[in-house]
Design a binder for this molecule. Sequence first.
Ligand code: FMN
Length: 252
Amino acid sequence: MTVCYFTGSGNCLYVARRIGGTLLSVPKLMRQDKIEIADEAVGIVCPVYNCEMPMMVREFLRKARISAEYFFFVYTYGMGYGEAFAHVKLAAESAGLKLSYISAVKMVDNFIPYFDMQEQIDTLPEKDVEGQLALLCSEIAARKTVEVEITDNTRAQMAVYREQLAERFLRKDTALHYLVNGSCIRCGICAKVCPADNITVTDKVRFSERCEVCYACLHNCPHNAIHLPQEAGSLRFRNEHVSLKDIIEANS
Ligand SMILES: Cc1cc2nc3c(=O)[nH]c(=O)nc-3n(C[C@H](O)[C@H](O)[C@H](O)COP(=O)(O)O)c2cc1C
């Protein structure tokens, strides 16, 4: 089994590890000219962003040649995922892949504009992540299949999110608005955890227009020096089973 993952704050890396098999980082694969993955079972684990998949994962599905009898997809999310499953079914179809199974694991919501990380961490036990993972892993091991139905209502909901929110929350120039405060020691960790090679650090931190909005730079800065113009709280989050070194290895 091969599991491809995309992560900003570690939830997806943890879930990918729990599923098992050969783990491949989507950002690393995307730096290759050609991506060819063949296995009996191939899966993708990524976060929900604005009720769909990260931009890079969509591009990955277009670019990669995946050959699998059992193709599965797992989202991690914090609050709700709307029609995110439908996005996967349609993107998989366009890539010539049949989606065998899809699921979502509710974890800490790392969306800093809306959620205070302390509150997210305090209420995490209510989400029973380990219980969700036990079920997920057993279903994948049993090669369970799931059908995703796409109705007119599904398409209408997808259009609402696309038109009203995507332009606000999923923009490649997002990082141009990030603020770096005086705690920054120019250690360069932000550049190393960025999956999109969007950050350079010299005498100052510079962002370009390839942001994936994963918030890896905000959540993993050892000095909490990177901020958004509006935040629900100042605490940052990284999955408790994942280290800074793991995120650097995954994304740089
Ligand atoms: C830009 C952005 C948008 C998000 N949108 C959603 C969303 O629509 N629904 C949701 O439940 N969680 C949303 N989240 C939360 C993440 O999906 C969730 O915290 C995920 O587990 C993070 O995975 P990671 O730790 O591997 O990066 C969003 C997070 C970010 C950064």
